[in-house]
Every structure is written in C-alpha cells, then in structure tokens.
Write a protein that binds this ligand. Sequence first.
Ligand code: ZN
Ligand code: ZN
Length: 287
Amino acid sequence: MKVKFWGVRGSIPTPERRNSGYGGNTTCVEVRLANGTVIILDCGSGLRGLGKSLLRDFGDLPIHAYVFLTHFHWDHIQGIPFCLPLYKEGNAFFFHTVKRNEEGLKSAIEGQMVSPYFPVNMTMLHSTRHFYDLDFDPVDINGAVVRSGPLFHPQECVGYRIEADGAVFVFATDNEPGSAVHDRSVRDLAQGADVLVYDAQYTPEQMQSERIGWGHSSWLEGTRIAKECGVKQLFLFHHDPDNDDEFVDGLVENARREFPNTIAAAEGLELELPTPVLKPVPAAVAP
Ligand SMILES: [Zn+2]
Ligand SMILES: [Zn+2]
C-alpha cells in the first residue's frame, strides 16, 4: 500500500512560512491499496489537495473513495466543502465512523455546509454519498481489513488500523494518555504496525501542566507505545499550530533518543508499505 500525507497540522490550518516545511493543512491521509482502492483518513483542509490529485489520476473514470473519520472537530472535516470530486456525478463516497448512527454521521458531515456557513448545500452535490457506523466491528474494504478502537478525546475519537498488502498502517490521532481503557485500545491498534501515526501535539512538559485534559499527547507517549507494541516506524502527527519547523525538528530529535525510527509527518510525504527489505547483495564470484 502507498500512503501520502495531505495534512498533518492539528487544530487549525497554519499557512505561515515558519512552518511550511511540515505544512499547514489540517489532518488528511491517503492510503492507496495495490488494487487501486482509495482510502481517506480524515477530511481536514488537506483533503482539498487530495481531491484535485484524485481528479488528475482518475480523469473521466469514476472515483470510489472509502472515508474513515476519527471525529468531527473542524480540523478533521473542514476540507469536505472543498473536495472537488464530491461535486462530480459518477463519483461515490463511503463515509465511515464509529458510535454515530448513519443519520447522525450524515447530519454531522452535511451540517457544516448548511446556510449560513457555506453557499452550497451538500444535498446539491452530484456524487453519491453513503454513511456507515462501524460500531467497532472490523470491515473489509476490497481486501483491506480496517479495524477501529476508541481514543481518549473530548467528544470522543476513533483510531484506525488498516491491514492490507502485507502491511499494517495505524492512524491514532487526537488521544490523551491516562485512561486505562483508551491506553489499552491504542496499544491494541498499534500492535506490530509497520507505521504508527500518533498525536504528538504537545511536549511532555505541557502534558504535565497546562494541557491536561485537552485531549492530546506527546512524542514521549508515542515512543512508549511504539516500543511496547513492536512498531517499526513512528510518525509524529497533529503538529500544534504554534510549533514551527524548528520546534518540530526538536521534538523529533528528543523522540529519537527513545525510539530511533521516528519521523515527523510532513505534508506531501509519501511512503510505500511494507518497506522493502533490502537483500544483501551476493559477493561477486571470481570467474
Ligand atoms: Zn484534531
Ligand atoms: Zn479533536
């Protein structure tokens, strides 16, 4: 499977030069399976770029996109009104979330486009849209198994684990450590993952003081989970709007002392999973 980060920022887009290295768009990740299936994790402002990219890739062919939403805070849904494939006839979007029935999911998504918040009502878009409540049951999406688990966040949040093409990709953002049920849940999701994308919005010091109860985590918790669960590579994610590139570089440096294979997610970054294992080149045999 191929993974591309279209938005990595938390809370609000930050179109500022000082953080353009990691990027200012809010959360959106594309997972493209080997069989071409398009899976979208979260619909923050990064979805605008992903939508245009899908139109370029598919041309006149219909786009079927399987969307998994973690929750409904603005930074995770605000790209939807600007996703051009939603406006095009023949395209189909399959929206999934957890613990919100189909009608509740539909109205949570459509609600941001009702008057006076947006000039176009979602019911006027030409694509077809379908809504599913997973209720934490695994679902098969064209051969990929997508599992979900609860995360600890105001108004609740969901993490996702995608198993496909011989790889495991885990997306666990907007999670505060400290609740036994949720600490267990995020570890269940992360077990043996090739890649764990994890909420590292705050520093460990902020987590001990002024940010208690804000629903986020730190690089330190990310490295703990990665070590405990045998994760191969950790991606720090949901960068704080106030953290510029230099500051995020510092977080990565700290994290690498605990878990060397740590990277900060950056807008535009692409991965291919599982990472090909390099075979040793046989020594040349003298003729
Ligand atoms: Zn968020
Ligand atoms: Zn949130």
